[in-house]
Design a protein around this ligand. Structure first.
Ligand code: SF4
Length: 920
């Protein structure tokens, strides 16, 4: 049974969609008296067929109301909805009157549902009269949009997930599917098992988890991708493996593109130097691509988040057009989006350079949308893209800014500039579900938005599949859906009829009608067959791939099978791509002329700025702190040891993170995850380091190449704290610990804090104890060894552990302490004398081994247990799964299990491992 927003009093099952990545998996949620059980994958959803990755599987752990925003706040003070909405509409009106509509801006998100996005876009572009509505999808896939439009005349994703299972060659370029889009990755793994001749090539500067299934890994020089695809185009031509009939009948400008590609590809040695790839490896991939009847090239942030991202996407598309590998099963240049509804945003016109429903700002399209909306003041020209938009706020050109469902103080490049911009803006409104995000704390007006599980609407995944997100819990307090909030402002601005929506079904219907309005097959985006759905039909809407029209009433898997595109003459366009290497920042931009290139991206168990995944204890365990991954030789050059805390800096900012040394990095390159922010670490916003370089066509920022410097963080001590209650929240305000480094997260029974400092350990402990004594009543145990600078302290109240802290004057964490056992003691209802004694020793009475770092989040299997199983004979991920269950649920950890077995499987290493484990 599917439900609308429900106040369930009995068991209810709701089919909905995961709110994380662009795979768009179907999720089944069972609630009993309003209490959700662990979620499962929807067996009949065509994206995932019942599977979920580790993030999706932990969704039920993120539904509590901790740290939720539940009432409107004006400058931190509780307000009624009327007060907040009147203030917003009055201010918009005043700014428009005094400075014109261009002084107003909205910044949305791929987390918004299509209905929310539609209403925001309509209000801004049709009624306020400016196109200054951009979105964090600018950071995600704007280059893919620009590339598709240049080549096809439309923002059309040609293929579908089934193509990955029906192909001969999959090239993953700038895409770590194994961690960022795990269910698609698992579909490829399964396809490869069924068809061992399916080849997978990974093009990525890093050796990522996706390389686990690669037949060839091309560890390319960062940013050199266009050279590679230009050379592939040239190879297809010189080896006479072009699809000439397709080129002649269905495309334009082939010769121009080939001429440019040839000029940069004929000298193979130079190509090898430009890409840092061996000629033999290049030729091997070229040959596989040319010889494969079917090929899919999957690309995501490694291509899009680049100052030349649009050119890179067109270089990829060129190769597919030249070989005719498009519009057929198993053939596509396939951009995979990062966010759950990046595609929905593209459909409604959520980017500043789009108007609505895949229409832009030509006079005819403006006039059409104006008539459809009966808009009083349609935007005349494209608005400011994200980077320009925040720069305009800083200049004072934009006086009113409304940020919806996103955290640009963390995710935007030059994030400290964004912070300064918000400080300068006359009125900053943030609608969000979380109270303590970095951006929420910078707002004048905070509006409580409904969250996943409470919202009701649609999202579109990477293969154009529209799915319903259905609510199954009531929003807490006074939280409201975004479409309602925006509509209320629209009504207060005097547009009662245009924003008189009562239900998202009405908004979806209007969106579908606009897609069909004067379309007649001219525009790819067409939902005409979904027009006129009743609310009941909308509630029951099954996942469907657009277009959905008379020709394709149940949707369409692939575009371009007929060789017809959406340009004026129906032909696809080749683009002549002048490949170039990334511009290094000038020496003046650095503190020294040397340095490393910082690449940024996702890790396996976290999502964006952690506002949701940070609420899951299970997801905090795989990687619990911000880090920088370094090549061993670079680490040595900078005098950095494994697990040491370091400062990463350039002239813009500095962050503090832990060093992970790995030969999976290229020399001279470093990787920093995008997730950590001021709620989860004291100084780890990677966006503050990144400059404002961006692609000239798409406006997408360069987030993959930032020049950085590095130095060990001077420290006297480090350690950790476990606590039953959150020691950071005091009187509803965030009040973090006073030390040089901290990182925060949840455990299964409370909270953890990694801490380090350059004051004396005694000073830190004394301050900390004073603070805790105010918050935590109880009996205090302590153990101090001043000589070794070991200080341990625990608080027990009524037989229960309240908090425990370990600090020590060394530069590496003490792995001899069994953190898991300590964490379990918070569930112990009666700490006995023996356990009391053992607590400050950090180990269970008697011998109990430490499971080590958690590798399998689903079954909580640690690295030490895995090493023991390998020493015991398990020699692959499957064998480990049989012994320990690891990798047998969502499968996200399988690449790491494989890497561990490869690392330790030789007899000698196993013997060493056995000795190492025996000593633990
Ligand atoms: Fe959610 Fe994982 Fe599916 Fe992405 S792959 S939609 S994160 S369950």
């Amino acid at each position: 049974m599917m439900s609308d927003i429900a106040t369930a009093t009995t068991a209810v099952t709701t089919d909905t969609t995961c709110p994380y990545c662009g795979v768009g998996c179907g999720v089944k949620v069972e609630t009993d008296n309003g209490v959700p059980a662990p979620v499962t994958g929807l067996a009949d959803h065509p994206a995932n067929f019942g599977k979920l990755c580790v993030k999706g599987s932990a969704l039920h752990q993120t539904l509590d109301h901790n740290e939720r925003l539940t009432t409107p706040l004006l400058n931190g003070h509780r307000a009624s909805w009327d007060q907040a909405l009147n203030l917003i509409s009055d201010k918009i009106q005043q700014v428009v009157n005094n400075h014109g509509p261009e002084a107003v801006a909205f910044y949305g998100s791929g987390q918004l549902l299509t209905e929310d996005y539609y209403v925001a876009n309509k209000l801004m572009k049709g009624f306020i009269g400016s196109a200054n509505m951009d979105t964090n999808s600018r950071l995600c896939m704007a280059s893919a949009v620009a590339g598709y439009k240049r080549a096809f005349g439309s923002d059309t994703v040609p293929g579908c997930y089934e193509d990955l299972e029906q192909t001969d060659l999959i090239t993953l370029v700038g895409s770590n599917l194994a961690w960022a889009h795990p269910i698609i990755y698992q579909r490829i793994v399964a396809a490869k098992q069924r068809n061992p001749s399916l080849k997978v090539v990974v093009i990525d500067p890093r050796k990522t988890a996706s390389c686990d299934i690669a037949d060839l890994h091309l560890a390319i020089r960062p940013g050199a991708d266009a050279f590679l695809f230009n050379a592939l185009l040239n190879y297809l031509a010189t080896t006479d493996q072009l699809d000439q009939p397709f080129i002649e009948n269905c495309t334009d400008d082939f010769e121009l593109a080939l001429e440019q590609a040839r000029s940069q590809s004929e000298d193979l040695q130079q190509l090898s130097a430009n890409t840092d790839l061996a000629v033999n490896d290049l030729l091997r991939w070229f040959d596989w691509f040319a010889a494969s009847p079917r090929a899919v090239t999957v690309y995501s942030m490694g291509i899009n988040q680049s100052a030349t991202g649009t050119d890179k996407t067109n270089a990829i598309i060129n190769a597919h057009l030249a070989s005719g590998k498009i519009g057929k099963p198993g053939c596509a240049p396939f951009s995979i989006t990062g966010q759950p509804n990046a595609m929905g945003g593209r459909e409604v016109g959520g980017l500043a350079n789009q108007l609505a429903a895949h229409m832009d700002f030509s006079a005819g399209e403006r006039e059409r949308v104006k008539r459809f909306w009966q808009a009083p003041r349609i935007a005349e020209k494209p608005g400011l893209k994200a980077i320009e938009l925040f720069e305009a706020v800083l200049r004072g050109d934009i006086k009113f800014l409304w940020i919806m469902s996103t955290n640009p103080l963390v995710s935007m490049p030059n994030a400290d500039l964004v912070k300064r911009a918000l400080e300068k803006c006359e009125l900053v409104v943030v609608s969000d579900c979380m109270a303590y995000s970095d951006t929420a704390r910078a707002a004048h007006v905070l509006l409580p938005a409904a969250s996943w599980g409470e919202k009701n609407g649609t999202v579109t995944n990477s293969e154009r599949r529209i799915s319903r997100q259905r609510g199954f819990l009531p929003p807490p307090g006074e939280a409201k859906p975004d479409w309602w909030i925006i509509s209320q402002v629209g009504q207060r601005l005097g547009y009662k009829d245009a924003f008189n929506y009562q239900h998202p079904a009405e908004i979806f219907d209007e969106h579908a009608r606009l897609s069909a309005f004067e379309n007649n097959g001219r525009r790819d985006f067409d939902l005409s067959a979904l027009v006129g759905m009743s609310q009941q039909q909308y509630d029951a809407l099954a996942p469907v791939q657009w277009p959905v029209n008379d020709d394709y009433p149940t949707g369409k898997a692939r575009f371009f099978a007929d060789g017809q595109f959406f340009t004026a003459n129906k032909k696809a366009r080749f683009l002549a791509i002048d490949a170039c290497l990334p511009q290094q920042e000038s020496a003046a931009d650095n503190d020294k002329s040397a340095g490393l290139n910082m690449n940024t991206g996702r890790i396996r168990d976290h999502w964006h700025t952690m506002t949701r995944t940070g609420k899951s204890a299970r997801l905090a365990q795989h990687i619990s702190e911000p880090f920088i991954e370094l090549h061993p030789d670079d680490a040595e050059d900078y005098g950095v040891k494994q697990n040491q805390l370091v400062e990463v800096f350039n002239r813009r900012a500095g962050i503090r993170v832990r060093a992970r040394i790995s030969d999976q990095q290229r020399r001279g390159e470093a990787f920093v995850p995008m997730h950590w922010n001021d709620r989860y670490a004291n100084q780890a916003r990677m966006g503050s380091l990144v400059n404002s370089d961006h692609d000239p066509f798409s406006g997408q920022p360069e987030l993959k190449i930032t020049r950085i410097q590095l130095r060990p963080l001077p420290l006297q001590w480090q350690g950790f704290i476990l606590s039953r209650q959150d020691l950071f929240i005091s009187d509803s305000n965030l009040s973090p610990l006073d030390c040089d480094y901290w990182a925060y997260g949840l455990t299964s029974s409370g909270h953890f804090y990694e801490v380090a400092g350059n004051q004396t350990a005694v000073d830190f402990m004394n301050t900390f104890k004073q603070r805790c004594e105010q918050q935590l009543p109880g009996q205090w145990l302590s153990l101090d060894d001043d000589q070794r600078q070991h200080h341990r302290w625990a608080c027990i109240n009524d037989g229960k552990l309240q908090a425990i802290a370990f600090v020590q004057g060394i530069h590496e964490p003490d792995f001899s302490v069994n953190r898991q056992w300590l964490t379990e003691q918070f569930d112990n209802q009666n700490i006995d004398a023996l356990t009391r004694k053992a607590l400050l020793g950090g180990r269970a009475p008697g011998k109990q081994s430490d499971p080590g770092k958690i590798i399998c989040s689903c079954f909580q299997v640690g690295e030490n247990a895995i090493k023991a199983a390998i020493a015991d004979g398990a020699n692959n991920a499957e064998a480990l799964g049989q012994q320990l269950q690891c990798g047998t649920n969502c499968g996200s950890c399988i690449p790491e299990l494989t890497a561990l077995t490869q690392q330790y499987r030789s007899d000698n290493t196993a013997a060493e491992l056995f000795t190492e484990l025996s000593e633990k």
